[in-house]
Design a protein around this ligand. Sequence first.
Ligand SMILES: Cc1cc2nc3c(=O)[nH]c(=O)nc-3n(C[C@H](O)[C@H](O)[C@H](O)COP(=O)(O)O)c2cc1C
Length: 331
Amino acid sequence: MTLHSPGTALVTSLVEDATTAPSMHNAQPWRFLHRVAGDTIEVYADPARSMPRADPRHRALHLGVGAAVFNLRVGAAWRGWSASVRPLPDAENPWFLAEVTLRRATDPGESDDLAALRPALWRRHTSRHPFSDERIPDAILDRLRSAALLEGAHLLLPGPWHTDTLRGLVHDAELSEAMDAALRAEITNWTRLQDRRGDGPADGIPSYAFGPRQHGVSAPVRDFDMPRRVTGRSTADFEQRPQIVILGTADDRPLDWLRAGQAMQRVLLQATFDGLATSPISQPLEWPELRETARDPRSAMGFVQMLIRLGYGPVGEATPRRPVADVLNLV
Ligand SMILES: Cc1cc2nc3c(=O)[nH]c(=O)nc-3n(C[C@H](O)[C@H](O)[C@H](O)COP(=O)(O)O)c2cc1C
């Protein structure tokens, strides 16, 4: 280890922060590698944790790994280090998604904005609970728009007709899903019947995080119970006027997906910091024709990368994560 090496203890803590990231079906499709004398963390996608049916191009997988990379940056800033990201460093290896170089921060204030988000890392959980109809103040929405812009993405707040269209698209996606045996099998594979924390596998979505069953269909919330039906699950009325934001990028290449993942996580953490509950929605984006319709044709946003339902309500339950030793390779 040289004087400037971050050391394995720091790298281990940073990877622990990284793994709090959201990922499709909580598959946690990431691996990290640190060479002990060096100053980098290499971030790889784990293709064994991809969703061949719902995500054949690995777009969602890149978003999850991008979110983990953003967490590395937040964790580093909070500990007085700067983390610079080189995306897709190896043209020969499409699973090598980012190389993060760590340096002691020379200007202590340079990443205050990132460091301030660190407490939200551990508080953010996807909430599939009802939110209130209280409107989100413009000042908060402006901060969320800036968060996306800082990461090279755009955040759009759809008007009433567009929100209705998005609700309809989520519903259409649900119907298509119900008729697609391979997709249902994938969801069954990544969901767990599990009442309490700590007594199940370290990945997938446990049934305690499904949220209540919805009366009517006013809010776009994915029902992960769909393939099987958990007994004794409560039902609830959801908000009548859901607040959804659209995150998008100009292009649609792996580089854009990584960027979108970092932007998504910055928006989710900023929203958590500002007291909002959050819930990513990718259902309609898993069907190319529905994804295209999710765009606002009047906006310059080329490609929709994620929908996020926001509001005031319960934060959501913490879901399991694989231990750092299973995802970090020290060589
Ligand atoms: C690319 C991507 C797509 C997702 N799609 C959905 C979705 O359609 N519906 C949903 O309820 N959650 C969705 N999520 C949230 C994940 O289910 C959630 O992150 C995961 O179960 C881990 O839980 P956590 O966010 O509470 O840490 C998505 C997350 C990502 C990164």
